[in-house]
Design a protein. Structure first.
Length: 200
């Protein structure tokens, strides 16, 4: 893992300090390919928003709607990734739950900015690893790592702290399970509860 930032986070409830490592997550790719729920994106051999690239063979529905297309990026193979604004508005109304045109426009604008931001390297995927900071702690080497977070998490301190709290909870669950791994776990079903209550 390519760690690029490390910090210490202290659990305000337990007072335990944790080392938090942030690393580049190269396992995740373009958000429009990783997850559903985005607008309509096309791969095209020309830029429909550039009049100089429009020829007679491009006088199709895409050329007619050029003003409502947005270029996301141009690939090294000279193909263009195009955000189809009109179709995405329809997706927002029918699939995203937008009740008004204004809400759909706002959602599509945000989606376009989000996707283009990834292609423009304005944000990237990161992973987070947490472990107890005290090197003398017998559980110091136990760590919990999760990838697939957006680097935008650094712009939201409250949200980041919530993520760290969840990761630390998972870490402590791992430690607890390891501490009690030799314990026999008995099923505690309804019948057992009734039996114990009756003969108490």
């Amino acid at each position: 893992m390519d760690t690029y930032h490390t910090e210490t986070y202290t659990n305000e409830h337990t007072g335990i300090a944790y080392t938090v490592e942030y690393w580049y997550d190269s396992h995740h790719g373009a958000p429009d390919k990783e997850f559903d729920g985005h607008g309509h994106i096309l791969e095209m051999g020309y830029d429909p928003t550039d009049p100089d690239q429009l020829t007679d063979e491009h006088s199709d529905e895409y050329a007619m709607r050029a003003a409502l297309m947005r270029v996301i990026t141009k690939s090294r193979h000279h193909t263009y990734l195009i955000y189809d604004y009109i179709t995405s508005l329809n997706v927002a109304m029918t699939e995203w739950g937008c009740k008004t045109t204004e809400a759909a426009v706002a959602a599509v604008e945000q989606d376009f900015k989000y996707i283009k931001g990834w292609y423009d390297d304005e944000w990237y995927w990161i992973g987070i690893t947490v472990k107890r900071a005290d090197e003398d702690d017998p559980w110091h080497e136990v760590e919990h790592s999760v990838g697939g977070f957006e680097s935008l998490i650094f712009d939201d301190e409250k949200g980041r702290n919530e993520v760290l709290a969840d990761l630390i909870l998972e870490l402590e669950s791992q430690i607890k399970a390891e501490q009690h791994k030799d314990q026999l776990c008995l099923p505690f079903d309804t019948a057992a509860v009734v039996h114990l209550t009756h003969y108490r």
